[in-house]
Design a protein around this ligand. Structure first.
Ligand code: ATR
Length: 270
């Protein structure tokens, strides 16, 4: 029997991860199966135990279980400990459960693939929830001149900036405190899901600035449409999804898939 992997979520029917990992496995000749499992909201640990009993070797974890997975892991990578979330579970040789997060490196890999300004750049991140916390460490490691977090609830942005202040020049504020221009503006709020746009000043982007939305869909998000109208280059989060998957695949299998080919295939199927 081939090694088993899965993604745990609730709901999980919409997940593209099975399609992505099947493409990676085919491309790299790895014998594995990958499925989507809807874990019960009140028993993530039980769902993981059942999966391991049935031959499971590792898993991706998505909304709303990333913090449950963080608590369940016997050992955490330093980046997962800092992010407060686990999106990748991996059984060690001795049966211990290792927790890691690949969301942040996934974002930065995709930004690099799109030649986004990072080193020396002025970066604005919108939102201060779990998704943003998960990407701050690798973003700061890419060497921006400054990183500003803006959030509807200003106190959460300030707290997050404080939590990461030892890693670089980072500040947090409400949306009304935003003073641009920025070379890169990343939307990490869940506002796009509801078709909402955070209140943003018109003069947000520097010349040649890039707008990135961690969300994606068949059509551009409200934020990306707004940014395009103001002359920014726009990129959605489909590539981030694929890059974080590739990093998980590498953790499990020790092989790096070719993400560009899978990105094109997935884009066509949206
Ligand atoms: P996630 O895991 O997606 O980060 P989360 O931790 O609930 O989910 O965080 C959601 C983020 O989107 C928060 O920054 C939230 O702002 P608040 O902290 O003020 O709640 C932000 N958000 C959600 N809906 C929004 C909207 N309509 N406009 C602006 N920000 C919004």
């Amino acid at each position: 029997m081939s090694d088993r992997y899965c993604v745990f979520g609730h709901p999980v029917g919409h997940s593209r991860s099975p399609q992505i990992h099947a493409a990676f496995a085919e491309q790299t000749g790895q014998a594995l199966s990958y499925q989507a499992i809807e874990a019960p909201l009140d028993d993530f640990a039980g769902a993981w135990r059942d999966f391991v009993a049935a031959g499971g070797r590792g898993a991706n974890v998505t909304v709303p279980f990333k913090e449950d997975a963080w608590r369940l892991a016997d050992a955490l990578s330093p980046r997962a400990r800092r992010a407060g979330a686990v999106n990748t579970l991996l059984l060690d040789e001795d049966g211990g459960l290792h927790g890691d997060t690949t969301d942040g490196v996934g974002l930065v890999s995709d930004l690099r693939a799109h030649a986004a300004p990072l080193e020396g750049a002025r970066i604005l991140v919108l939102g201060a929830g779990g998704a943003v916390r998960g990407v701050l460490e690798p973003l700061l490691a890419s060497g921006p001149a400054r990183l500003v977090i803006a959030n509807r609830t200003a106190g959460k942005a300030r707290q997050l900036a404080e939590d990461f202040a030892d890693l670089g020049a980072i500040t947090g504020d409400g949306f009304d405190g935003i003073t641009g221009p920025f070379d890169l503006v990343i939307n990490g709020t869940s506002a796009s899901l509801a078709g909402d746009l955070p209140p943003l000043p018109d003069a947000l982007f520097a010349e040649g600035g890039l707008a990135y939305d961690m969300m994606y869909g068949a059509e551009p998000t409200v934020y990306l449409r707004w940014a395009a109208e103001r002359g920014a280059r726009t990129v959605d989060g489909l590539g981030m999804l694929i890059e974080q998957a590739a990093e998980s695949f590498w953790l499990w299998r020790g092989v790096r898939p070719d993400t560009a080919a899978v990105r094109e295939r997935l884009r066509r199927s949206l």
